[in-house]
Design a protein. Structure first.
Ligand code: MG
Length: 312
């Protein structure tokens, strides 16, 4: 039987799904409740975001293991220039002091998102804040792509890795969201732990070929992803064998053959992170199941112009 959340990420002949990457990173502060609310307000019901644990084991929604200086300001309103604290070294009450409402335009990262709205008073959310948001009756059709980040300092600490998975799964269950959440990661070892601890919650495998790695260049989690360059063409099979329900390749890695194979073996394919109109069109031509994007409005526009739906 197909899991309901996997069905929610699956397209059909007239539907390609849109997944808001870190909310809508291109237009609103990434991984913020403000960004998630925006995505939901424009009729997107699939959200991707990243989870890291604080020192007191509170799962929070942020991308990096260190607070990213180009987008995090301290209580003095200054960007964390050169002194990025590790999330795992901070308690939740300390995390709450930071503001993620603005990007530093002097940095390369800030310059990547010139259209992002600049705000004050935006806090790093707890995972439970997002769960609370989507528990509202009007958001019952919302499904989550919950990315577990691997702490590079804990790669060989099996007990700590088990604990991270357990804490997150416990929160998903307590929120009653085990049928609306995918557990998603580059770290196939962490996904194996998810599968063992929660066989009922589907897992989603991120991949990126080394040959295209330089073009993304911001995700240290790929340290823990298997080397797939020798197995091109077989990746869907490897994902399936590992118990995956979704395969999430970098969009430049994917081919028609991959899509055909994924279809044959019943894998849902969600490509990331597709932001330019030409690339969006190419993914529509390939007829992927879902497009993960920083600009959900741009993908809506192309799908709409070409006669596709993204919900329903
Ligand atoms: Mg992510």
């Amino acid at each position: 039987m197909t899991h309901p959340q996997v069905a929610a990420f699956s397209g059909d002949a007239s539907t390609i799904r849109i997944v808001g990457h870190r909310g809508a990173r291109g237009v609103l502060p990434e991984n913020s409740i403000e960004g998630f609310e925006f995505v939901l307000s424009i009729g997107i019901d699939l959200i991707e975001f990243d989870v890291v644990l604080t020192k007191d084991e509170v799962p929070i929604i942020t991308h990096n293991h260190r607070l990213h200086g180009c987008r995090v300001r301290g209580p003095d309103q200054r960007f964390l220039d050169g002194k990025e604290p590790k999330v795992a070294s901070l308690r939740m009450e300390e995390i709450e002091q930071f503001d993620i409402g603005k990007l530093n335009g002097d940095t390369a990262y800030g310059q990547r998102f010139p259209y992002q709205i600049q705000m004050d008073g935006v806090r790093i959310p707890k995972l439970s804040d997002l769960f609370q948001l989507i528990s509202q009756p009007k958001y019952q059709s919302v499904n989550l792509m919950l990315e577990l980040k691997s702490d590079p300092d804990l790669v060989s600490d099996d007990a700590a890795r088990e604990r991270i998975v357990a804490v997150v799964i416990d929160l998903v269950r307590k929120a009653g969201l085990s049928t609306r959440t995918l557990l998603h990661s580059f770290d196939w070892g962490l996904l194996a732990k998810c599968k063992r601890q929660a066989p009922d919650i589907p897992i989603s495998f991120l991949t990126r070929m080394k040959s295209n790695a330089d073009e993304v260049g911001e995700d240290s989690s790929t340290l823990v992803t298997p080397d797939l360059d020798d197995t091109a063409g077989c990746i869907p099979d490897r994902v399936k064998e590992a118990g995956g329900s979704l395969w999430c390749p970098y969009y430049k890695d994917i081919t028609n053959e991959d899509i055909a194979r994924a279809r044959d073996i019943g894998l849902c394919v969600a490509v990331w992170t597709v932001n330019e109109f030409d690339d969006i069109d190419a993914m529509i031509d390939l007829h992927v199941d879902a497009i993960v994007t920083d600009y959900p409005g741009k993908v809506q526009r192309r799908l709409s112009d070409r006669g596709y739906r993204w919900t329903g």
